[in-house]
Write a protein of this length. Structure first.
Length: 472
């Protein structure tokens, strides 16, 4: 029943999203050029859209695919997915940095170098390709000289220290930095070799490829053209197609001549899948879905048979897990989150004077901070969100724990113990055994002090089904 409910909810969710957004149909044939926008950070949703568009353009027999790009960079994994799709494409791929004011920074530079033709609008720039983080310790920030920096004019190795050996840095300090420097060199050198291999493949400037990675070099459109970094500077899409018409490009196993002047243009719009991926691959959304999913399952286990919490919990958990697996996730952080929530929940069922609750909250916060394994801006869970979830969970734990403590201090109000101290009314005169009316029932009673009919009596003890009473 739960599985059917989950499937129905997913169908409702997917059915509520449009299957396509304004994608115009165009006749098949080689006179067709597809255009897709790469706007914003390069992430899983963008990579999925570009890769699927390349496949669809191949199947439709398009003359070329233009990726109109404006990006500050993005995730290394997503960038490499796009590049691999471009290198294996059976359709010419043209990267066009546009409109005016756009940029192809960091990951965008790699994608432009991988494309069969790279073009830019006049007021655009390309470069700043120093990796922010590609796994492991963070390399130098874009634009800052790396560990392999070029010597200064006076022969120094950079900085203000002049010759080697000057300054106050102790040998021990240098040894402490060697491991970090070694990892940084590995990351930088890997990125240099990767971009240079793309430049060599497409016949572009190999020397500048190294400069933009090591030193964060940037070029405006005219300089990029003059330095053989791009192939064309075009004012608009029609100008681009006119300039690249009749050019020859090499695909995977053959050379083709572009026939795109005056070709029909098909603009690829985002569909429901892209929109859904944008939402669930947002680290904050994926993180929230994961937490809500866990809470839903806990509520169902605590109150079996409610169904609704388990349905929502499973859907949120699946969507959150799917979003997180497309992001650079630190699984140690994910494990700490689950363990932390488990410890806080265990505090609710087996109170340990707050020890499990505090330890769980600490594990939850540390795991949440570690969860996304990248320093790329826009791909970190905000500390405010982490604090809100941690405070809500810890608050719930404290509330339930406090309620349990107060309940233990309250007088028992049910069962035999709850009857002691209560009052009743004598139904007859008696000095030993008789009957009283108490708690809406007729009870046998025994007393050591004589009572008369109608007197109020107080219950001081219970022996089996006999009340021990005394006169008030």
């Amino acid at each position: 029943m739960v599985i059917r409910a989950v499937a129905g909810l997913l169908l409702i969710l997917l059915g509520a999203l449009p299957l396509a957004a304004g994608e115009a149909e165009a006749p098949r044939g080689r006179s067709q050029v597809w255009v897709v926008d790469l706007d914003g950070a390069v992430g899983p949703a963008v990579a999925d859209l570009i890769v699927r568009t390349i496949d669809d353009a191949e199947e439709a027999g398009a003359a070329a695919l233009v990726i109109r790009m404006d990006t500050p960079g993005g995730l290394d994994k997503s960038m490499r997915q796009i590049i691999q799709a471009i290198l294996a494409a059976d359709v010419p791929v043209v990267t066009y940095v546009a409109p005016n004011g756009a940029r192809a920074a960091s990951a965008g530079t790699y994608i432009a170098f991988a494309s069969h033709i790279a073009a830019m609008a006049p007021a655009t720039n390309i470069g700043s390709s120093t990796p922010v983080a590609m796994g492991g310790p963070a390399p130098p920030t874009p634009g800052a000289p790396g560990p392999d920096e070029k010597p200064d004019a006076d022969g120094g190795k950079g900085g203000e220290g002049g010759e080697a050996g000057e300054g106050t840095e102790a040998p021990g300090d240098r040894r402490d930095e060697q491991s970090t420097d070694a990892m940084t060199r590995k990351v930088i050198n890997d990125a240099v070799a990767y971009l240079q291999s793309l430049a060599e493949l497409r016949g572009r400037n190999v020397e500048w490829a190294e400069e933009t990675v090591r030193y964060g070099a940037n070029l405006r459109a005219s300089e990029a053209l003059a330095n053989n970094v791009i192939d064309v500077v075009a004012s608009d899409l029609n100008d681009l197609l006119e300039q690249i018409d009749d050019r020859s490009v090499t695909l995977d196993d053959r050379t083709v001549q572009l026939d795109v002047a005056g070709a029909g243009i098909r603009r690829v719009e985002t569909d429901w899948r892209h929109k859904l991926l944008i939402v669930i691959t947002d680290p904050t959304i994926a993180y929230g879905l994961l937490i809500f999913g866990i809470y839903g399952l806990i509520l169902e286990f605590y109150n079996p048979g409610m169904i609704f919490p388990s349905v929502i919990g499973i859907v949120c958990l699946l969507l959150g897990a799917y979003g997180l697996q497309m992001l650079p996730v630190n699984y140690a952080g994910l494990a700490l989150i689950v363990v932390g929530i488990g410890m806080m929940v265990a505090e609710l069922f087996t109170p340990s004077m707050g020890i499990l609750g505090v330890a769980g909250a600490v594990a939850f916060v540390i795991g949440s901070i570690m969860l996304i394994d990248t320093e790329m801006p826009g791909y970190r869970v905000p500390y405010l969100v982490i604090g809100a979830f941690a405070a809500a969970t810890a608050g719930l734990t404290a509330f339930v724990l406090g309620a349990a403590v107060r309940a233990r201090q309250q007088q028992v109000v049910t069962g035999p113990q709850g009857m002691i101290g209560g009052t009743g009314e004598a139904l007859e005169d008696f000095s030993d055994n008789g009957f009283v009316w108490a708690f809406g029932e007729r009870w046998r009673a025994r007393t050591q002090t004589p009572v008369k009919k109608g007197d109020r009596v107080r219950i001081v003890d219970i022996e089996g089904l006999t009340l021990i009473v005394t006169g008030e």
